[in-house]
Design a protein around this ligand. Structure first.
Ligand SMILES: Nc1ncnc2c1ncn2[C@@H]1O[C@H](COP(=O)(O)OP(=O)(O)OP(=O)(O)O)[C@@H](O)[C@H]1O
Length: 794
């Protein structure tokens, strides 16, 4: 009956459509809609396909012959031997010789011959109940650095081959619903390096040989998985659990939650867990025990001094523990292990992204390590496990019980700019300093794994290394910074003084300089106060304009970012960035030049504008000084009253302002907007601490740091140059000026480099000018990294 229904399904549909058609004629409500639906051509087509499939199913097709590949080969040979094959024969030849047909016929033959090898042997009857499901992972050593799968596939690449074969084996497993894949402790396998296959040891035929012939395999039976899951839940320690024993200041609940991800009160920072890293498989093994019982114990790796910003040597150091550590590098590092102190079990703590273990796809965090090269590791100290790894040659064979709760981490990389320096060797909290990655302010980081709330994995860009390193998460780093800030000795912070003439007034040089000013120099200074090129007035070139800002850089180098635990830099240890290209219809990005006093910022800006005054322009500054006869308000300056100036200050309209000779000067944001609105590129030079104020979505500033050249070149190039020191002394550079300039340049770069988008060395003036032009062109027309918040549309 059902079959008859199935066969005549299109006929049934036709008669239903007829009936509904009659209902339509009788104007029955809804009949029209149903009629349209049932008479739709797609429905008819669908039912036709359904009928065909049913018919095909009943036919149960079987292969015509089981050796189609052989037949095809025979046909091809015959065609080849034919003297003048017909066009049809030639076409047939080209069809049969295509790799796809080869593969198809070969698969056809496998199915026809019921050739579903490898045949898995039956499971032994006497399996102990508590037998765990296991995975055997074999990583093959060779003398070349192992490469990613993209390059893989060849035997020489060992790891790629292992993984691809493992994948195919897994697929086979699913198709054939093999209930379990097991390995036993004590079983011995060796790896044939020539083709990366696992073979039984000589004289020890292994019952599971066919299964492992391809590679290590995934072993999981449902009961064992359940049992293992329970066990892991009971015993596996979390990497950072609340630890009341830590004698650290407690954070309030809100801060604690951000660190620990729970509403519990957290001891801060999270308790370190002993962790060890090993690199696989072709580098000597290395390890570091970083902490025990809350005490920091960094074991340095001699001969390997990771470049750490901050330059302070690690506080606690002990002697190297083994020669193996001396040879090690983390370049090819793969994973870290940790020991459950209660059960003595060894777990994979973390798989380093892009490392060999990660690329193999066979080891995951939370996997229980049972054996390494046939040696049971349960109960061993991590150092002993590492020693086994160190002593392994050729291949490393792991037996692991996979972590059932493992989440596949397919995270999209996030790009961040480091706003602080970090050195893992100086961090007592890092679970494994060897796996850590040092970075400096301004470095661009590709964060590839954020699954751990405390420790992320990242690579530095542009990077050659495929392997990621551990870095503290943003919340972790913030907490560290706060803790560090509170720990530092009390100091008087000069930054709380407002920027004003008082700086100049207390300057011991101030009085002397003033006394030394000659009438001639005063006149020169006034002349420099305006600049006209071919009838174009170039605002913002007055040297006095920079002079009011000029205070001894050394006096002001303590700025708020280091003086307050809540300052911006501390709040955002990482700034998420994205590539941005300015759409042609949008305003140009604001170009900011910064540099140590005397390095040539003003000179470069001046030359740039003179070169192309219709493209580049500086904002017209405001001043309270009286207007001179030849001047026009809005051209050289916006001449305003003191009251208006102060009103603008109160309304935060100035990027910078200051006082010189009793008159106020300042650059307003409105003046910047005015230039940009006219479609020009606005170039300003400011003190670096003012950059923050201008870092807005609207202006999207591009900051160029003008750097002093090498000491020799500085002295050579500035031989004939004149410097204006406080209060208009226009004279040749002295040795002291050079030294101060170099120091100031270095300090400025060290302190503010996280804000610099580009660095320009002002060596030869003409070259520097050309370079500046090209940097600006790139900034405006090519993709650049900017904070993601600047790119968001509201
Ligand atoms: N690359 C260079 N080669 C030779 N001389 C240079 C170079 N760059 C700048 N100078 C000269 O050095 C002197 C100081 O330059 P400039 O006034 O531009 O410095 P600045 O960084 O703007 O400092 P300030 O704020 O004191 O004006 C000027 O006489 C300038 O012509």
């Amino acid at each position: 009956m059902r079959q008859a229904m199935d066969d005549g399904v299109t006929e049934v549909l036709s008669s239903v459509v007829d009936d509904v058609g009659q209902a339509v004629e009788r104007n029955i409500n809804g009949a029209q809609l149903l009629y349209e639906l049932l008479s739709a051509p797609w429905l008819r087509a669908l039912l036709k396909i359904y009928e065909c499939l049913l018919q095909f199913q009943r036919l149960s097709p079987s292969p015509f012959l089981p050796y189609a590949s052989g037949l095809s080969h025979e046909i091809m040979t015959v065609i080849q031997k034919t003297h003048r094959p017909s066009p049809e024969a030639r076409e047939l030849y080209s069809l049969l010789s295509s790799p796809h047909i080869h593969a198809l016929l070969s698969t056809h033959d496998s199915v026809a011959q019921w050739d579903y090898e490898p045949v898995l042997p039956p499971l032994p009857d006497d399996l102990p109940d508590d037998e765990e499901a296991m995975r055997i992972v074999c990583l093959v050593k060779n003398n070349q650095p192992l490469r990613g799968e993209d390059h893989g596939g060849s035997v020489g690449d060992g790891l790629g081959l292992v993984r691809s074969r493992w994948n195919s084996l897994r697929r086979l497993t699913l198709e054939r619903l093999v209930p379990a894949r097991r390995a036993w402790s004590g079983e011995e396998l060796r790896v044939d390096e020539s083709d990366a296959r696992l073979l039984p040891r000589e004289g020890q035929p292994h019952p599971f040989l066919p299964r492992y012939q391809s590679t290590g395999s995934c072993c999981l039976c449902p009961q064992a998985a359940e049992h293992q899951k329970k066990r892991l839940n009971q015993s596996a320690p979390s990497v950072f659990s609340p630890a009341a024993s830590m004698e650290r200041p407690k954070l309030n609940r809100e801060e604690g939650a951000s660190i620990g991800g729970s509403s519990d009160d957290y001891a801060y920072p999270p308790p370190p867990v002993p962790a060890y890293s090993f690199s696989l498989p072709n580098s000597p093994i290395l390890y570091k025990k970083c902490t025990t019982g809350g005490q920091s114990r960094n074991i340095p790796t001699p001969g390997r001094t990771p470049s750490c910003p901050g330059t302070r040597p690690p506080r606690v150091r002990t002697a190297p523990s083994s020669p193996a550590t001396q040879r090690s590098t983390r370049q090819q590092g793969g994973a870290t292990i940790r020991r459950n102190e209660e059960t003595g079990e060894i777990y994979i703590a973390r798989v380093i992204h892009g490392g060999l273990a990660d690329r193999s796809g066979l080891l995951h965090s939370g996997d229980l390590l049972v054996e390494v090269n046939g040696n049971p590791v349960g109960g061993l100290e991590p150092e002993e496990v590492i020693q086994i790894l160190t002593n392994s040659h050729g291949t490393i064979l792991f037996k692991v019980i996979p972590n059932p709760g493992q989440i596949s981490s397919n995270q999209k990389p996030v790009y961040m700019k480091a706003m602080v320096d970090y050195c893992p060797l100086q961090d007592a909290c890092i679970p494994c300093p060897d796996a850590g990655m040092a970075f400096s302010r301004g470095d661009l980081l590709e964060v590839v794994d954020q699954s751990d709330a405390h420790w992320w994995q990242a690579r530095k860009l542009p990077c050659a290394a495929s392997c990621a390193g551990l870095i503290p998460s943003a919340s972790m780093l913030k907490s560290k910074q706060k803790e560090q800030w509170w720990r530092q000795p009390l100091q008087v912070h000069t930054c709380i003084r407002p920027l004003s003439m008082t700086d100049n007034e207390d300057d011991p040089q101030h009085g002397d300089d003033k006394r030394n000013v000659t009438a001639l120099e005063e006149i020169n200074f006034d002349e420099a106060d305006s600049d006209i090129t071919e009838g174009i007035y170039l605002a913002g070139f007055r040297r006095s304009f920079r002079l009011w800002r000029r205070t001894s850089y050394r006096k002001r180098r303590q700025s708020c970012t280091t003086c307050s635990p809540n300052s911006n830099a501390l709040n955002t240890p990482y700034e998420e960035v994205a590539l941005y290209q300015r759409p042609p219809q949008e305003n140009h990005r604001l170009i900011i030049l910064v540099g140590a006093p005397g390095v040539g910022v003003n000179e470069l800006r001046k030359r740039l504008i003179k070169l192309n005054p219709s493209t580049f322009q500086s904002p017209v500054p405001h001043t309270t000084r009286p207007i001179r006869p030849e001047e026009q308000s809005g051209r050289e300056y916006h001449f305003v009253t003191k009251e208006l100036f102060e009103y603008l200050v109160c309304n935060h309209r100035f990027v910078e302002y200051g006082e010189s000779k009793g008159q106020l000067y300042g650059t307003s944001t409105d003046a910047i907007d005015e230039v940009l609105k006219r479609g020009r590129m606005c170039i300003i030079d400011i003190e670096p601490h003012s950059i923050q104020f201008l870092r807005t979505k609207k202006l999207k500033p591009f900051v160029i740091f003008v750097k002093a050249p090498s000491p020799e070149r500085l002295r050579q190039t500035r031989r004939d140059a004149r410097i204006i020191t406080n209060f208009t002394i226009n004279r040749a550079f002295t040795e002291d000026d050079f030294v101060e300039l170099e120091e100031a340049s270095q300090l400025m770069e060290a302190k503010y480099r996280q804000f610099f988008d580009s660095v320009l060395v002002n060596d030869d003036l003409q070259d520097a000018c050309i370079q500046l032009c090209s940097i600006i062109q790139q900034a405006q027309n090519e993709p650049q990294w900017i904070p993601v918040s600047w790119g968001r549309t509201e």
